[in-house]
Design a protein around this ligand. Structure first.
Ligand SMILES: N[C@@H](CCC(=O)N[C@@H](CS)C(=O)NCC(=O)O)C(=O)O
Length: 210
C-alpha cells in the first residue's frame, strides 16, 4: 500500500498518473499547500523539504520525497513504465533529469511571475518565459517521429505532461510546438491521466488546447 501525500499541482500529478497507470493500491493524503500544511511537523517527517509530493510504501516502511525519485521507485517496484535495456535506461534517466532540472523549476517560475504575480517583474517574466519557450522547443525536437519522449510510454512522459498541461498559465500556445501538441493529446486520451488530474479531488477542468 502506498500512502500518497499530494496536492493538485504539476509535481503531485506526476505521481498520481503513475499510481493510476500501475493500479497500485494507494491512499491519498491531501496536503493543502495554500494553507501551509506542507510545514506541519508530521509532514516534515515524510518530506523534509516541505514540498509535495511524497510517499510512504507501507510494504517496507520506506518514505520518499522528490517526484523524480518517487517515479523511479514506483517503476522499479512494479517493473512498469521504464526502459530497462542498458541504453534505454540511460536515455530515460537523461530526460527525467532534464525534466526535473529544466521544465519543472523554470516553468514553476513562469507560473510564479507570469500567472500569479503578473506585472511585478517584467525582467523575471521575460527571462523565465524565454527559457520556458526554449525548453518547449527542445521537447518538440525530441518528440519528432516519436509517440513518447524516449520512444515508449515511460515515467518521463508522466513527469512532463502535468507541466505542459499548464500551457495556458504559461501563455504558451501548443500550436507553436506541433510535436508537443500531438504528444499532449495522446496523453490526454489516457484514462489514467484523466483520473489522475482529479487527485486529490478538485474542480479544475482538464486543460484541452485550442
Ligand atoms: N523538486 C520537487 C519540487 C516539489 C514542489 O515544488 N512542490 C510544490 C507543489 S508543485 C510544493 O510543494 N510547493 C509548496 C511550497 O512552495 O511551499 C519535486 O519534483 O518533487
Amino acid at each position: 500500500m502506498i500512502e500518497f501525500y499530494t496536492w493538485f499541482t504539476p509535481n503531485g500529478r506526476k505521481v498520481a498518473i503513475m499510481l493510476e497507470e500501475t493500479g497500485l493500491d494507494y491512499t491519498v493524503h491531501p496536503i493543502n499547500i495554500g494553507k501551509g500544511e506542507q510545514h506541519a511537523p508530521e509532514f516534515l517527517k515524510v518530506s523534509p523539504n516541505n514540498r509535495i509530493p511524497a510517499i510512504v510504501d507501507t510494504d517496507n516502511n520506506l518514505s520518499i520525497f522528490e517526484s523524480g525519485a518517487i517515479l523511479l521507485y514506483l517503476a522499479e517496484k512494479t517493473g512498469k513504465f521504464a526502459l530497462t535495456d542498458p541504453i534505454g535506461k540511460w536515455k530515460m534517466m537523461e530526460w527525467l533529469m532534464w525534466q526535473m532540472g529544466g521544465p519543472g523549476p523554470m516553468l514553476g517560475q513562469v507560473h510564479h511571475f507570469t500567472h500569479y504575480n503578473k506585472g511585478k517583474s517584467d525582467y523575471a517574466e521575460e527571462r523565465y518565459l524565454n527559457e520556458g519557450k526554449r525548453l518547449y522547443n527542445v521537447l518538440n525536437t525530441q518528440l519528432e517521429g516519436k509517440d513518447y519522449i524516449v520512444g515508449d510510454y515511460t515515467i518521463v512522459d508522466m513527469a512532463m505532461w502535468p507541466w505542459a498541461a499548464r500551457h495556458n498559465w504559461q501563455t504558451i500556445d501548443l500550436n507553436d510546438y506541433p510535436n508537443v501538441k500531438r504528444w499532449y493529446m495522446t496523453m490526454l486520451d489516457r484514462p489514467a491521466v484523466q483520473r489522475a488530474w482529479n487527485v486529490p479531488e478538485n474542480d479544475q477542468p482538464l486543460p484541452i488546447p485550442e
